[in-house]
Design a protein. Structure first.
Ligand code: FMN
Length: 199
């Protein structure tokens, strides 16, 4: 498939591949399989491999035993670095300027990816470049229903995109608002499909 992507976009267009170091899921992709994937990417014209991990499926049986403090995929990225010359990006758990610079300065990865930190503070890279190296304020939730934290970030993105008025909501409300939004999207998709079906 990657070869087909490259063929479609041509030699000059950047192609990046995001992979999971591990799904942290019983029966999911593990580190050995992901390293084999890195090996398989060598020789294909890929410009960047973004290493992250985990899943955001509510109810997914995560392997909590692999959790570490700080960015969790640093060890995997170091192994990947030894195996490939493709530029690497490392995403996951980067919350501070010190963590981000340590990853790049140590040569663990060429680029750092930010997801939740950027949702919390879209100006973060600009701020860090200007010398204000404070970390974004990560929320603490009183109650975290299944899927609630992911829903909270999703609703926060919706707010950034102008799709909801109020910025911060608790995780229970986020889960309910997210579920309502998804039902609406599913319904619109269903109606669009129905209108396109031959009479
Ligand atoms: C609300 C939300 C939605 C996400 N959706 C996707 C997605 O569609 N595809 C994907 O590859 N990763 C997705 N991710 C995972 C992030 O890209 C990233 O790998 C992960 O959050 C770890 O980075 P972080 O610790 O900086 O948040 C999502 C993360 C969040 C919080």
């Amino acid at each position: 498939m990657l070869v087909a992507v490259r063929d479609a976009v041509g030699a000059e267009f950047p192609v990046a591949v995001k992979i999971n170091a591990t799904d942290r899921l019983v029966g999911g992709v593990d580190e050995a399989q992901s390293l084999a994937l890195i090996d398989a990417l060598e020789g294909i014209a890929v410009d960047l491999v973004d290493i992250s991990g985990g899943t955001y499926f509510p109810g997914a049986a995560t392997d909590a035993g692999t959790r570490t403090s700080g960015p969790p995929y640093v060890g995997f990225a170091r192994q990947a670095r030894r195996r490939t010359s493709i530029p690497l990006m490392l995403t996951g758990g980067v919350k501070t300027f010190e963590q981000a610079t340590a990853i790049v300065n140590s040569g663990t990865a060429d680029v750092v990816g930010l997801a939740r930190s950027l949702v919390l503070d879209p100006e973060l890279p600009t701020r860090w470049r200007r010398g204000d190296t404070t970390a974004p304020a990560f929320p603490r939730f009183d109650e975290t229903p299944e899927g609630g934290v992911t829903a909270w970030y999703t609703e926060r993105i919706a707010h950034l995109a102008g799709l909801r008025d109020d910025p911060v909501i608790d995780a229970v409300r986020a889960r309910d608002d997210f579920a309502r939004r998804e039902r609406g999207r599913a319904e619109r998709w269903r109606l669009t499909r129905a209108s396109r079906e031959p009479m």
